[in-house]
Ligand binder design. Structure first.
Ligand SMILES: Cc1cc2nc3c(=O)[nH]c(=O)nc-3n(C[C@H](O)[C@H](O)[C@H](O)COP(=O)(O)OP(=O)(O)OC[C@H]3O[C@@H](n4cnc5c(N)ncnc54)[C@H](O)[C@@H]3O)c2cc1C
Length: 334
């Protein structure tokens, strides 16, 4: 365990916001966590992974625990699958590359998502038709309220679209230490259903590696690199509407793009709503909407978290006024 005081978080969040953590504690093993809790209790704790889904609007006055628990280990193996235990502090994309290298499938569509493995269950990360829950078997977490380590099954995690129990009833109440994922050993369940992937793969053999390469190429062409232009990926979630609300919207805006999720739910891309409000590529001081993808809010270099938050509220308000639809942040605001 390492401890630092008044530590700058500028390089530890992908928006590149310069705030300090009063008490910054690096957790490298579960025992660090147990020792920490024994001596300090459970109050005023925030958990930090890769800082890629955070908007920091102020200094962190409490304790900030940075997850650096590492390790990738195959626990069980059969002819078709491997069950892998991954330390929560492992970098997600590096873990995907490890899986690709070993020929294990199931997560290649989620290549290049920033952040840690331990944060992946928080919002059930997903991309190009695959979500974490598709390969998820369980996780270990330190449960602040119970004061002990807890094992969560997939059902107990309550996964939904960019959602889990850790964003609702258990928000800020756990520290995820290890995650268990079941990956396939065969090329048989590869998902190329997203148009962009099949286009990128034209003329190439479909494999775990070629899908990962295609996803990396697509993402690099579409999304800003946080090292160059601060951002946290999609700032807002896509909108899920009831059938009735959607038909009212469609009556007023017949060209609204949409995807039918199930009999009751229709998803509308928030990027389209924001674009229709004229925000695509719009700069507002040091922040604004990315020119190629308006769902991504960016920091042109010197934005404060408060400025980005204020701009996000403007976007929200305009969308509400024009479409009577409420868009909500995917990003965690501290
Ligand atoms: C360029 C870019 C592209 C992105 N693309 C995608 C995408 O395609 N799909 C997608 O789903 N997301 C995407 N994201 C969002 C982000 O990468 C994910 O949400 C990622 O899982 C966040 O991981 P993190 O370690 O950076 O979490 P952080 O930002 O550090 O934390 C996010 C939240 O999780 C909590 N948390 C973190 N670790 C733990 C832990 N071990 N235990 C308990 N709580 C914890 C934090 O307290 C915080 O509330 C993108 C982000 C960027 C910058």
């Amino acid at each position: 365990m390492r401890k630092l005081e008044n530590h700058s978080l500028k390089d530890l969040n992908t928006f590149g916001i310069d705030v300090n953590a009063r008490d910054f504690i690096v957790i490298e093993h579960e025992t660090d966590l147990f020792r920490w809790v024994e001596s300090h209790g459970y109050e005023d704790i925030h958990v930090l992974g890769g800082g890629s889904n955070l908007l920091l609007t102020q200094d962190i006055d409490g304790y900030l625990l940075k997850n650096e628990i590492k390790g990738i280990e195959i626990i069980v193996e059969d002819e078709e699958t491997v069950l892998v235990e991954v330390g929560g502090g492992e970098n997600w994309h590096e873990f995907v590359l490890w899986a690709v290298e070993h020929g294990y499938g199931g997560i290649e569509n989620m290549s290049l998502i920033p952040g840690t493995v331990g944060a992946a269950p928080i919002q059930n990360i997903g991309a190009y038709g695959v979500e974490l829950k598709d390969v998820f078997e369980g996780l270990n977490a330190f449960h602040w309220e119970k004061g002990e380590e807890w094992v969560f099954t997939k059902e107990e995690c309550g996964f939904g679209y960019r959602d889990s129990v850790f964003k609702r009833a258990l928000r800020n109440k756990v520290f995820i230490t290890r995650v268990y994922l079941r990956l396939t050993k065969q090329n048989h369940s590869l998902n190329t259903s997203y148009g962009a992937i099949s286009k990128e793969l034209t003329g190439k053999a479909v494999s775990i590696r070629s899908i990962s390469d295609a996803v990396i190429a697509i993402r690099q062409s579409k999304l800003p690199d946080p090292k160059v232009l601060g951002n946290s990926g999609s700032f807002f979630k896509n909108v899920e509407l009831s059938k009735e609300t959607f038909s009212n919207l469609q009556e007023a805006f017949p060209s609204v793009p949409h995807y039918i999720m199930d009999e009751q739910t229709i998803k509308v891309p928030t990027a389209w709503l924001i674009d229709q409000c004229g925000f695509k590529g719009v700069r507002y001081g040091e922040t604004g909407c990315y020119e190629k993808q308006p769902l991504v809010l960016v920091n042109y270099g010197h934005a404060t978290g408060a400025e980005i938050l204020e701009f996000s509220k403007k976007v929200q308000k305009k969308v509400q006024e024009k479409f009577n639809v409420r868009i909500s942040p995917e990003v965690n605001i501290w």
